[in-house]
Ligand binder design. Structure first.
Ligand code: GLC
Length: 648
């Protein structure tokens, strides 16, 4: 809707700043004018009742202008180049890796010298786990930030991050970092002032004088870390108040009903954008709005804030994509792409957490039916948005897919999840997996799973038992899991160490700042002597590394793998096999994955039903050709094997 006074306000702002709106600054000006009404509307929906609403909105417009003015020319150029390439981030050319700089190689400066490692593997997007200052011992892996602008001394300095970014840019690499939007560390300057009784900063958080309101909240809110941090409030003795702490006691939830908090965090977002971030991972967005009597997750206002952030970024740093880290129920994840008029105008990316967990489900059961039943929901992703696809990340694996999919597959949800938890935590005697249960809720027996990709696939036990056949099997499983997530659609995000078959790292148990959180078992400290074995053929490291590299190469050669919402699942007539067709521009790729420990027979009809363009099929993985057989004949997939068939 056109808004004349807003138009005048934007004009006055850009005039004061002497922008060349007919020339160099024209694109920015156009974006500003075009997006201002929707930014205003979203802001009003959130804050019209707030006494400082008008001033806060004016401040927001200033902030957008300043962010643009401070945007380095090189980034303005990449903004334009990305805009021209039309959805740059849907490309099959991008493969990512998440890593902790200190555990990977020490400092940011050292990382600058290791970029060839990623180039060799084929990784061109780095997700650097939180780098900003965070108190040692109470940091939640950096997700308890005490200074959003200061790189933690453990990693080096802000200048090192900038230097790394520049070097990455020279070789065409992309950067992803986090904005921890939901909370700060209780040692952040705002928190320190709040603790001392400063009302202005107490209003940045949820502070309560007594337990009345906290109790109301607690009745409807689940516990996120029921073992290590039960409850959602923490008493702050210095000011005799209760602070809302949904995650750990040392992570104080920010109060977004206060528009100043939004402005501060938007300012931080642009600070990161102007360092040269290509994808901003918005940590825990599901939690950013609270309302007593609700679970305080996925509330409509949380979506409004994300939409507002998206429209603001589209004005001043349009080349930066947003990833919403919403690890919630499948139908809720989809909403982070935006709904209704905001479809594809909220987060550009979400994690395909549903699919990730379903692959672990299929690997344990050897049965792909639950996975298949969830696909219609996953396929509702709007065009122009994409997934981060992955098998492991720094967090636990939650079995958060729907009970109805489990039931449709013929299982009892409670018994089914119990089996999976027992299987991966090693409580099931015959399981080759070695992981652990994370955050067991004693009331519901709900739990998530920790453990590295390799350990959960059986490599740790197999190596210990010096059982070569079991090692082979574990490697097949690792590659099956990776291949599946690489070809599904979206940016594959490796977790460092998985490219080398790292098993669990138990050294966290000796560190009191980590021992309470078993997610550290799958966050390895790299041993570069071990890594060098990837150059020695026949070693586990070389087998996993070279196969992972090959998967990345194959992916890069096949534009049909780019995420054009072009994935159609097969009905494979065999419960052990999952498969889908990727198609576009006259090319097709049939991807088939056998989740069973025995050979799987797949009727050729499964492929024929989706209209292959030729009877001659080339398997990009094995390098072999197949001829499409009759319906009563079969394609045979070895245990835990997969194939990537392109009609020729
Ligand atoms: C996100 C992070 C997780 C962290 C939590 C709280 O879910 O991925 O590691 O514990 O947010 O910040």
């Amino acid at each position: 809707m056109y808004h004349a006074s807003l138009h005048r306000q934007v004009n006055a702002l850009v005039q004061q700043a002497n922008l060349d709106i007919a020339g160099a600054d024209n694109l920015f000006y156009t974006r500003f004018i075009a997006n201002a009404p929707v930014i205003h509307a979203l802001f009003q929906e959130l804050y019209s009742q707030h006494p400082q609403a008008k001033a806060a909105f004016d401040q927001l417009l200033h902030l957008l202008l300043r962010a643009y003015l401070e945007r380095p020319p090189i980034l303005r150029q990449t903004d334009e180049a990305k805009a021209k390439s039309d959805f740059w981030f849907l490309s099959n050319d991008i493969t990512g890796m998440s890593l902790y700089v200190d555990r990977f190689c020490g400092k940011l400066e050292t990382l600058s010298g290791k970029l060839d490692y990623f180039q060799n593997l084929g990784v061109n997007l780095l997700h650097l786990m939180p780098l900003f200052e965070s108190p040692a011992g109470e940091s939640d892996g950096g997700y308890a930030v005490s200074d959003f602008r200061k790189v933690d001394g453990r990693f080096g300095k802000l200048a090192d991050l900038r230097a790394l970014r520049q070097k990455m840019g020279e070789t065409g690499m992309y950067l992803m970092i986090d904005i921890v939007l939901n909370h700060t560390s209780n040692r952040h300057a705002w928190a320190e002032k709040a603790r001392k009784g400063d009302k202005y900063y107490q209003d940045y958080y949820y502070f309560f004088e007594d337990r009345e309101v906290p109790d109301q909240f607690d009745r409807a809110m689940p516990d996120i870390f029921p073992e290590s941090a039960p409850g959602n409030f923490t008493y702050v003795p210095e000011c005799q108040r209760w602070a809302m702490t949904v995650f750990h006691q040392y992570q104080w939830d920010l109060n977004y009903t206060n528009p100043r908090v939004l402005a501060e965090m938007l300012d931080t977002i642009f600070f990161y954008a102007n360092i040269g971030v290509d994808i901003l991972r918005i940590d825990a967005p599901a939690f950013i709005w609270k309302q007593a009597g609700t679970t305080c997750q996925n509330l409509p206002q949380a979506h409004r804030i994300l939409r507002l952030i998206k429209q603001c970024v589209a004005v001043s740093a349009p080349g930066m994509a947003l990833l919403g880290e919403a690890i919630v129920a499948p139908e809720e994840i989809m909403k982070y792409f935006g709904t209704g008029p905001y479809e594809a105008r909220e987060c550009d990316f979400a994690y395909n957490a549903t699919q990730m967990a379903l692959q672990w489900d299929a690997l344990a059961t050897g049965d792909t039916r639950v996975m298949l039943h969830e696909q219609p929901g996953i396929a509702r992703k709007p065009f122009g948005t994409s997934w981060i696809t992955y098998t492991r990340c720094h967090d636990d694996i939650g079995l958060g897919y729907s009970d109805s999919a489990i039931r449709q597959a013929g299982f009892n949800p409670y018994a089914h999840r119990k089996f999976l938890k027992d299987y991966y935590s090693g409580q099931e005697q015959n399981s080759p997996a070695r992981g652990a249960l994370f955050s067991v809720n004693p009331k519901t027996q709900d739990a998530r799973i920790s453990g590295s990709l390799a350990a959960l696939c059986g490599l740790e036990k197999a190596l210990e038992a010096k059982d070569d056949a079991a090692v082979d099997l574990a490697i097949r499983k690792i590659l099956l899991m990776q291949a599946h997530s690489f070809f599904l659609g979206g940016i594959p995000m490796l977790f460092y160490g998985d490219e080398l078959g790292y098993t669990n790292d138990y050294s966290y148990l000796d560190d009191p700042g980590k021992s309470y959180d078993n997610r550290w078992m799958h966050r390895p400290v790299f041993d570069w002597r071990k890594n060098r074995k990837s150059g020695t053929p026949g070693t586990v490291e070389a087998r996993v590394f070279s196969a992972t590299r090959r998967l990345i190469q194959i992916r890069r050669q096949l534009p049909v793998v780019a995420d054009q919402n072009n994935t159609a699942w097969l009905y494979p007539h065999n419960i052990h096999v999952a498969g889908f067709l990727r198609s576009g521009d006259g090319r097709q790729l049939f991807c088939l994955f056998n989740y069973s420990g025995t050979a799987a027979y797949l009727t050729w009809y499964a492929i024929r039903a989706l209209g292959p363009s030729s009877d001659r099929l080339f398997d990009h993985w094995s390098g072999l050709y197949h001829t499409l057989g009759a319906d009563h004949e079969f394609l045979i997939l070895a245990p835990y094997a997969f194939c990537l068939l392109e009609p020729q």
